[in-house]
Design a protein around this ligand. Sequence first.
Ligand code: FAD
Length: 414
Amino acid sequence: MNRADVVIVGAGHGGAQCAIALRQSGFPGTIMVIGREPDYPYERPPLSKEYFAREKSFDRLYIRPPGFWAEKTIDFRLATEVIEVDPDAKQLTLSDGATFGYGKLVWATGGDPRRLSCAGADLTGVHGVRTRADCDALMAQIDAGARRIAVIGGGFIGLEAAAVLSKMGLNVTLLEALPRVLARVAGEELSAFYQQEHRDHGVDVRLGVAVELLQGEEGRVTGVRLTDGELIPADAVIVGIGIVPAVGPLIRAGARGGNGVDVDANCRTSLPDIHAIGDCAAFACDHAGGAVMRVESVQNANDMATCVAKAICGDENPYNAFPWFWSNQYDLKLQTAGINSGFDRTILRGNPADRTFSILYFRQEQLIAIDCVNMVKDYVQGRKLIESGAIIDFDRASDPGAALKDAISDPIAA
Ligand code: FAD
């Protein structure tokens, strides 16, 4: 086969869900999924959680058992990268030199870990955490005796990795350039809480520090030199400083983009018959006041995928799924709902010292997002309040003894 009715590029969360949703919607045509990694689609979040902690083996990460795909007549070309897109000929060029034609193309390529630009970034022992291979390489180094681990970047992936490593009894230093961890995604209360948690678990959390270079011997990393001259000795370095969307071939083909590839309300790129979904797709997000953004979450990849699959089957609806996310660190389950960008007020419910609390985010009096730590009830109720657009009574919402659902100031309006 050298052509399929729908070709999906990227065998990750979005790609897998798009193929599944096409068949669920009754799509009768041929489907080909082309993926750069050698594995059938697997869940990425456990790579910094249960898989990394060796609580789950890889075969429990599959999004569907490998046999499922043949049953649904969904074809795969794995360990193969799409390197060129010709939108006029509706043809792809693959890394093995072959060409492949498409009727509709769904670009679901996620992104690659952003690399450090300083000297030493290429040394052996410097790891991103995006793929099974990344994670296996890091685990192999730990098995071989690495004990001092420097984690660069205090975002979710860096923090989750630090939590697993410190639980293993390793010597972990977390280096964050900004004055607090999670600065791009959370309010100060949540940052302060996680900083303290990690310190309490023995992680050396350094804030507001800049990396000058990575030091090495015989090609292998030995430490991280900070701009103030301090050397943090390290047998292994994890770089968790975000991703670069994998959109090169699409942009070279003329698709509009900058931070990823731009898509319209129906996840269509500016090129004919080419959709884009998941981490690589920038869209005007209704839940962030229409701001154009990429959302890096399983929810977003899955829901965009379903939206596109339905559209291909003739049921076109604008994408506006409600955003949610989770992160597991130690015995803490963080659940977030909504997007807090542009918030101008927060309310803290409960006491972080009890390790059970929520933070409500408001923009112009409107509840726009909630972060819940070990507070499932607040998460469920808060999510409903955000979706309903209810106006919240601040005093009632601040009282952790009262149910969050009762914090509506005008229950009739809700
Ligand atoms: P991906 O799942 O990354 O899939 C893209 C695939 O496309 C990859 O396999 C890639 O190799 C392939 N590809 C790229 N370029 C090409 C090409 N040119 N040709 C062929 N194939 C290509 N989200 C949450 O909601 N909760 C979490 O707790 C959470 N934890 C995470 C932990 C880790 C360690 C990581 C890495 C991510 C985590 N995420 C989490 C984010 C979530 O995994 C992503 O948002 C999601 O995987 C995005 O799906 P996607 O399909 O856009 O991209």
